[in-house]
Design a protein around this ligand. Structure first.
Ligand code: NAI
Ligand code: MG
Length: 325
């Protein structure tokens, strides 16, 4: 069976880094690629940032690889995550030999609840100058993200699992999250800690080596993973996965980078590492490992793009990675 991979380059450097990742995927597996459109440039020409055709293709695919959208990002990525039924956002943040990092000992994976919390979209202005936001936390979604997180830690050899929360203040909602996640950990006989998310932000900065998988409610995961990006040397390196029950979408954490778009100097590593997550997800574990090893080797010995202090182009780096493979 040939898996169908929907490829959505999007805007800006998405048009440069996604073809690079497709080249790498092509070097290690035999996929059928279906290219689809989304983003500012489609909005301009059709009035819609995410055409229904693209949504349907992603919903029916074996997996989707997405680059980035520009100003229309929220109108593209939120529905696309929904199209693939994603409930978990996985964001690994690790430092690599050869790359300047604030904390070279960092090897963290944020497993972020992707459907509820303060991102449920329930906001109102109840009176002039008075606004409210409803934070939704359900037992089901909390259990589901905890199960995914503990499973991920086991499968990937992480000993430290931390449940991030603020249940001392948000007693009902994060109380629910924490109770549900602890119950999952206890049923599995797992070792874990929990941590108040504000204090955790400081500890991650000071002693990242004491942490591994961090299971978080939606907003906490968004913020803590960006903090971790700062620890390891920048956005050009951070991949992510949006995982559902039987479909998933993979994307770099970065955006369309209009400041360098079109120059051919975007770092393709984040998107190629996202492609490695795609391979892993589809059961191509060995191929995923080869891709990661090739990326690591090129990060260490070069060529490197300007964001990492080099002067190589996206194409040079991609060619070096494909050579390693
Ligand atoms: P950004 O991630 O696009 O860029 C931030 C900085 O990092 C820029 O200086 C950029 O040049 C650099 N950078 C990012 N990726 C890089 C790479 N692969 N290689 C080298 N340098 C890289 O974030 P920014 O500037 O806040 O947003 C730009 C646009 O992207 C906005 O229109 C925003 O809405 C959109 N965006 C889209 C996202 C998505 O589609 N998921 C996520 C974040 C932003
Ligand atoms: Mg964010």
């Amino acid at each position: 069976m040939t898996e169908e991979i929907v490829v959505i380059p999007g805007d800006g450097i998405g048009q440069e880094v996604v073809p690079a990742a497709v080249e790498v995927l092509d070097a290690v597996a035999d996929f059928e690629f279906l290219e689809a459109e989304a983003g500012d440039h489609v909005l301009e020409s059709t009035g819609e940032a995410l055409p229904k055709e693209t949504y349907d293709l992603a919903a029916d695919a074996d997996a989707t690889l997405f680059g980035a959208a520009g100003e229309s990002a929220a109108d593209v990525i939120l529905p696309l995550r929904e199209a693939v039924g994603s409930f978990a956002n996985i964001r690994p943040a690790r430092a690599y030999p050869g790359v300047d990092a604030l904390r070279p000992e960092t090897d963290l994976v944020f497993v972020r609840e992707n459907t509820e919390g303060v991102y449920s979209g329930i906001e109102s202005e109840i009176a002039d100058g008075v606004t409210t936001l409803t934070r939704v936390i359900t037992e089901d979604a909390s259990r589901r993200i905890a199960e995914y997180g503990f499973e991920y830690a086991d499968a990937n050899g992480y000993d430290d699992v931390t449940l991030a929360h603020k249940a001392n203040v948000m007693r009902v909602t994060d109380g629910q999250f924490l109770d549900a996640a602890r119950a999952v950990g206890d049923e599995r006989g797992a070792d874990y800690d929990d941590a108040l998310m504000d204090a955790l932000a400081m500890h991650l900065l000071l002693r990242p080596e004491e942490y591994g998988v961090v299971i978080c409610p939606n907003l906490a995961g968004d913020m803590l993973s960006d903090l971790a990006a700062g620890l390891v040397g920048g956005l050009g390196l951070l991949p992510s996965a949006n995982v559902g029950d039987d479909n998933a979408l993979f994307e770099p954490v970065h955006g369309s980078a209009p400041d360098i778009a079109g120059e051919g100097i975007a770092n393709p590593a984040a998107t190629i590492l996202s492609a490695a997550m795609l391979l892993e997800h589809l059961g191509y574990g060995e191929e995923a490992t080869s891709v990661r090893t090739a990326v690591e080797s090129v990060l260490e010995s070069g060529p490197r793009t300007p964001d990492l202090g080099g002067s190589a182009s996206t194409e040079d780096v991609t060619a070096a990675i494909v050579d390693e493979l």
